[in-house]
Design a protein around this ligand. Structure first.
Ligand SMILES: O=C(Oc1cc(O)cc(O)c1C(=O)O)c1ccc(O)c(O)c1
Length: 174
């Protein structure tokens, strides 16, 4: 997806600053995604975003065929399950300051254990998956959404097709 209308991001590699809370915003279920940097600014190298979410349900197993993802817990706690289908099987609860890396094609799932803020970095372009998965949030939205957006399955599957995300609802972590 190209730069959405009204984006505060420059859309090309140019220096810029953002104030606290600025970015491209999307509500996905009970999570607020704020995109701070996209593949448009990094020639497709990487994107950066934050996620603000309350303690919640498991985000079910899925994998990304084109994107690596990192998680840095700015505040809160998240459990991350991973299975790379080559022998690595992990489940770890990350707390403030902890870090996790989910390479592409790794089956993973998450659960926020408390109100949590994550800093995410991903392969450039993938960050806009979270726009396609959600609904635009007001420019002044901050923190976990007061009103969740329940993404229809057709919207999820379309976003998955565009961005190489495979949902695996039947996958079971040990
Ligand atoms: O929560 C993160 O991602 C997701 C959230 C959803 O509601 C549905 C999803 O399919 C995903 C996903 O990853 O595909 C998330 C949180 C933090 C982070 O660094 C991420 O890369 C993703």
């Amino acid at each position: 997806m190209s730069k959405p209308p009204g984006s505060v991001l420059p859309g090309a590699p140019a220096p810029f600053y953002l104030a606290n809370g600025e970015g491209e915003k999307s509500i996905v279920f009970d999570q607020l995604f704020t995109i701070l940097l996209s593949g448009d600014e990094t020639e497709g190298q990487y994107g950066v975003f934050t996620v603000d979410a309350p303690k919640g349900e498991m985000i079910p197993p899925h994998l990304h065929t084109t994107a690596h993802e990192i998680f840095y817990v700015v505040d809160g706690s998240i459990t991350v399950w991973m299975n790379d289908q080559k022998g690595f099987e992990g489940k770890r609860t990350l707390a403030t300051g902890d870090f996790g890396f989910v390479p592409l094609n790794t089956v993973h799932a998450f659960r926020m254990e408390a109100t949590t803020r994550i800093l995410g970095v991903n392969t450039g372009g993938f960050e806009r998956f979270f726009l396609d998965m959600g609904t635009p949030a007001p420019a002044d939205a901050m923190g976990p959404p007061r009103v969740p957006y329940i993404t229809p399955i057709e919207q999820m599957l379309a976003a998955g097709r565009t961005f190489g995300t495979v949902f695996m609802p039947d996958f079971r972590f040990e």
